[in-house]
Write a protein that binds this ligand. Structure first.
Ligand code: SAM
Length: 322
């Protein structure tokens, strides 16, 4: 097992199935152009081998499938079927929900029971302005169908001043009524927001501001959470829970256990580090040849983690997923 001086190790793996996305969210894609798949995206078989090797070499236990938009990938079927047999303790998926209804049977058959669905607003006009793609009603219908199919749903919302702060309470209400757990993600200094501090600060909403807003309507208390969880969790007695991923306000780098594999075969040990490590060539090799090289790169990837706090990076989320 590869462990650093702070006791951190890679327990949670996120695989970006494709860089392509049918949204062009303002905080992710500044020029508003839809993202296409990278030309050198790996086959489903290579990515499944990657997960299997990382389970063995790094002790990965849990997998989250992300993107880009993972449900757009032509490799989705083969990938979810392949990873279903790897003995992971949990497989979940993050999606914008546009294709959710169509892909539900596949996801369920592969044993996926947990979904994170991104939704920044309920207001159709604001939805078009922020997501710049897709359709609000389709996301809501997809979530309903997933709920009816027994999926546990978390809704990801990035609160932004001047964009969707008026949606915090309505979205929370909607989620509490349906048993979805709303996850507020503090805006991160990624991509263009890492370069443009003024644009970041103009929109950034801190944990304190967010809790102040929620406190106007609800009484809540902090709830227990796993040691390496990224989200702070709050309980609203008798109604449900919500979470906040407070990268800036309460950094969680000291306990971070995440490892990311891109669709083109790069390992990222930290979202906030410019370093990445190419493993695609190793994934073509049989296990006994691949593992020693992979272990050397994992040591480097673990050393990329920040000591204390997230500082952002020009790398764009679309490439590596959230
Ligand atoms: N397409 C999928 C989706 O929409 O959920 C998966 C990829 S998307 C990059 C994953 C998550 O990252 C989304 O919930 C999105 O809101 C979040 N995200 C992207 N850029 C971000 C930023 N700069 N700050 C905070 N969250 C961000």
């Amino acid at each position: 097992m590869i462990v650093d001086r702070q006791g951190r190790r890679f327990r949670n793996l996120r695989v970006s199935l494709t860089a392509a996305c049918n949204y062009a969210c303002t905080y992710c894609v500044p020029d508003g152009k839809r993202l296409v798949a990278a030309q050198d995206e790996l086959s489903a078989q290579a990515l499944v081998r990657g997960v299997a090797y990382l389970v063995e070499a790094a002790g990965v236990e849990r997998l989250r499938i992300t993107g880009g938009e993972p449900l757009l990938s032509p490799r989705l079927d083969a990938f979810v079927q392949g990873v279903a047999g790897l003995g992971l303790s949990d497989i979940s998926l993050t999606t914008n929900g546009q294709l959710l209804a169509r892909k539900l049977p596949l996801l369920r058959d592969a044993g996926i029971r947990r979904l994170n669905v991104s939704l920044d607003t309920f207001d159709p006009t604001a939805f078009r302005r922020i997501a710049r793609g897709g359709d609000l009603a389709t996301v809501l219908a997809g979530m309903e169908q997933a709920r009816a199919a027994g999926m546990a749903i978390k809704v990801n919302m990035v609160p932004m001043r001047g964009q969707n702060l008026d949606q915090v309470l309505p979205l929370l209400e909607y989620c509490l009524e349906r048993g979805y757990e709303l996850r507020f993600i503090e805006l991160m200094r990624m991509g263009h927001l890492a370069r443009d501090g003024a644009a970041f600060l103009q929109q950034f909403v801190s944990l304190e501001q967010l809790l102040g807003l929620i406190g106007q309507r609800h009484v809540f208390e902090q709830a227990p959470r796993p040691l390496d969880a990224t989200a702070l969790r709050y309980s609203i007695p008798g109604k449900g829970h919500f979470g906040v991923i407070a990268n800036e306000s309460v950094p969680f780098c000291r306990t971070c256990s995440r490892l990311r594999l891109s669709s083109t075969g790069w390992l990222h040990g930290c979202l906030s580090s410019g370093s990445r490590h190419y493993v695609a060539d190793l994934l073509d090799k049989p296990r006994h040849q691949a593992l020693p090289g992979l272990q050397r790169l994992l040591v480097k990837a673990l050393a990329d983690k920040q000591e204390v706090a997230f500082s952002g990076d020009v790398m764009v989320m679309k490439v590596i997923g959230g």
